[in-house]
Design a protein around this ligand. Structure first.
Ligand SMILES: Cc1cc2nc3c(=O)[nH]c(=O)nc-3n(C[C@H](O)[C@H](O)[C@H](O)COP(=O)(O)OP(=O)(O)OC[C@H]3O[C@@H](n4cnc5c(N)ncnc54)[C@H](O)[C@@H]3O)c2cc1C
Length: 340
């Protein structure tokens, strides 16, 4: 395991702007952080070794495991305890990974979705994948296999040697995807696999954590976004969680794990107010339809807008976090996106 400190951030700042990811690493980590390494290595926040934190009284403090209470709280309280100005994280030992995507037309969604669900029940924790039903507008900026298309995309990473990975993927490849980019790539290229937009785009979304995806759940999902529907979403995603996502890693903090076997995310791109209203409504309809399978909990990094903090934390964790927060910030100076 190595260390990542500010030198790496500085190097990143010199990359050309169009290549630079626009998500904040600190917001991602403090919110938990779900990556394609997660079923093996847990939430991103599990990698945190230390933070430099500007406290509400203006003092700068380096917080690590030596400060047991505050370090526990930082790894769960989001931005409620102060402003993080540096992080130290463990690096994972993978110079390269087997990763990529398989793509089918949306007409194949019912069989692909069922095959993926069955597959996720068998794969080892070395495999973390996501399945999205996606709709793209007909625009020249997109490659022809995406422009104006409704598709099903499966992507993710397999932390395995090539032969084992090929064996694991065989049942999905037997469904003859139209596009198959899965192969060994440098770990840094994993950022591109999910096809996230390189620049900020306006969007609205909604989210749920699901304890299971039985046949009735798949039917409910497809009734909203499957073939023949017009959901108005850019994508509806199911992420395979479980594994190390659901186990606190080592002496982890207040947010060590996520309850739920699958995470569901609905996102609509919103160039104008009408699209925003339609997107909110479509995302909410999907979450409503999947409510029978919801754990009731939420992952902060996937949650837009204000929700009850009890959706993120158990009562005892929340109570302990509030004690730490009130000690540091009795006047309520710090306002976080997801407060306590
Ligand atoms: C295209 C896209 C793809 C994404 N993919 C994933 C994904 O795969 N997995 C995943 O888990 N999430 C993903 N996300 C969600 C992302 O992790 C969250 O949006 C995250 O909160 C972004 O942090 P931010 O600092 O950019 O956002 P902000 O909205 O600025 O921050 C979110 C909150 O984090 C806290 N915070 C941020 N910076 C600091 C700081 N320096 N000090 C103290 N508190 C701080 C604050 O409470 C803040 O309100 C994705 C988002 C986008 C837009």
């Amino acid at each position: 395991m190595g260390r990542r400190r500010r030198g790496r951030r500085a190097a990143r700042a010199h990359r050309p702007a169009r290549q630079r990811p626009r998500r904040g690493a600190v917001g991602y980590l403090l919110g938990g952080g779900l990556s394609f390494y997660g079923r093996t290595h847990g939430l991103g926040v599990s990698c945190l070794r230390a933070v430099e934190l500007v406290l509400p009284d203006g003092t700068l403090r380096r917080v690590d495991a030596a400060d047991e209470d505050l370090f526990w709280a930082v790894r769960g309280a989001g931005g409620s305890l102060g402003v993080v100005v540096a992080v130290e994280i463990d690096l994972l030992p993978y110079p390269d990974v087997v990763a990529g995507m398989l793509l089918w037309d949306r007409e194949r969604a019912p069989e692909v979705l069922r095959a993926w669900r069955d597959w996720t029940r068998t794969v080892p924790e070395s495999v973390t994948t996501s399945l999205r039903v996606m709709g793209f507008p007909p625009v020249p900026e997109l490659p022809p296999f995406l422009s104006g298309r409704d598709v099903v995309v499966l992507d993710g990473a397999l932390l395995e040697d090539d032969e084992t990975a090929a064996g694991l993927l065989a049942p999905l490849r037997a469904l003859e995807p139209e596009v198959d980019t899965v192969g060994r790539i440098p770990s840094a290229a994993l950022l591109e696999v999910h096809m996230d937009p390189p620049a900020p785009v306006p969007f609205v979304g909604d989210h749920a954590m699901l304890h299971d995806l039985d046949d009735a759940a798949l039917d409910a999902f497809l009734a909203q976004v499957g073939p023949g529907t017009r959901a108005g979403l850019m994508f509806a995603e199911l992420r395979h969680l479980g594994g190390a996502f659901s186990r606190p890693i080592g002496a982890s903090g207040a947010r060590g794990a996520l309850d739920g076997e699958y995470g569901m995310l609905a996102v609509a791109i919103t160039p104008d107010a009408a699209a925003e209203e339609a997107g909110r409504s479509a995302a909410a309809a999907l979450v409503r339809a999947m409510a029978p399978w919801s754990t009731g909990g939420l992952a902060p990094t996937f949650t837009e807008g204000r929700v009850e903090p009890s959706r993120f934390h158990d009562d005892d964790v929340l109570a302990r976090l509030r004690v730490v927060r009130d000690r540091l910030d009795p006047g309520g100076l710090v306002v976080a996106a997801h407060g306590l």
